[in-house]
Design a protein around this ligand. Sequence first.
Ligand SMILES: Cc1cc2nc3c(=O)[nH]c(=O)nc-3n(C[C@H](O)[C@H](O)[C@H](O)COP(=O)(O)OP(=O)(O)OC[C@H]3O[C@@H](n4cnc5c(N)ncnc54)[C@H](O)[C@@H]3O)c2cc1C
Length: 368
Amino acid sequence: MTRVVVAGLGDSGLLTAIHLANHVDVVGISAKPALVSGQELGTRLARPDDWARDYLVPFDRYRRLRGVRTVHATLTGLDLAARSVAVRLADGSASAEPYDVLVISTGVSNGFWRRPDLQSAGEIDEALRAPHERLAASGTISVLGGGAAAVSTAANLASTWPDKQVHLYFPGDRPLPRHHPRVWTTVEARLAERGVVLHAGHRAVVPDGFDCDRITDDPVEWSTGQPATTADATVWAIGRVRPNTDWLPPELLDADGFVRVDPDLRLPGLAGLFAIGDVAATDPIRSSARNRADRLLAANIRASLSGRPLKEFKAPRGRWGSVLGVQSNGLEVFATNGKPFRFPAWSIDSVLQPWIVRRGIYGGVRRP
Ligand SMILES: Cc1cc2nc3c(=O)[nH]c(=O)nc-3n(C[C@H](O)[C@H](O)[C@H](O)COP(=O)(O)OP(=O)(O)OC[C@H]3O[C@@H](n4cnc5c(N)ncnc54)[C@H](O)[C@@H]3O)c2cc1C
């Protein structure tokens, strides 16, 4: 039977494995023993138990991963000639996994919440709790960054802890510069209701050698000329993403280190190699994860195996999706034209999560 190795079982790799599981022999390789989603930083920091329920799910709970062999290991190399990937297992030993088809879905590293390190369930739990407890013990919190992760962090911290002073520092005139302007108009009102103090035109100086991978309490200097500021805790969500591609031959990568792909998600000129998610240079904002290219990828892999034509991934022009995550009044999702659609609060646990997400998207998730 054809063997597909999915390298990286995050949001995109997991869904791709699920779609392929009934058709081919699938091996999923992951540095974590669970889906540890890169989504919803604000909820993760403010309400880690709520976040974990939906975004931290051990692989053995996915019904449609039955039959998929998951390997808890770090990918260390790719041998194109031998058609195999090299891995280092949790006990430190090395091994190789041969493939007929390889899916590269190792995502990106970002801040302290998206790391490619090998972690046990206990270490993942500790990495979830520690930042929450650190923030819980802080009176003043600075959040740095102008993207959805920073905005959502400021909003969720302020609503969970109304007695704390939460400041949001961002470099431009307004946050969310890549979203439709209407999105900011709506989100700004939510931040104002929660007393978040906005500081436009602030670009932080990133200290030498600092990877934005921890919460700090040193004064923050500004390259935009303002005097340094202090807070009990500073969250750096400035969008410094790094592709997790150290394990790949450099000829597969573009100048920024992301995996070059054709519109059908194949690596140019390499039979049997595909890439998806934040690691894949599909479009300027590398949106194949949020635009759910996993189904198309699974169909293209099956088409390539049976000699049928492949389809192309087309990214929508604008950003869409949720910015703040689930709030006490429901979940607001913005379309590319900036118009919000709200799932009311009552529908989140009775319709959205059980039926649309767990059943519809993942094909069934067992209770813990
Ligand atoms: C259903 C769904 C809904 C979404 N909704 C939104 C939305 O509303 N708004 C929005 O902005 N975005 C949304 N997104 C997208 C999301 O923000 C990210 O783009 C997505 O998490 C990226 O997924 P990924 O698989 O590329 O990376 P990741 O989820 O980060 O997965 C990469 C995995 O590879 C592992 N890995 C890395 N290196 C190695 C290695 N060397 N060895 C072994 N394992 C390794 C990592 O540990 C990780 O588990 C959504 C995505 C999905 C699937």
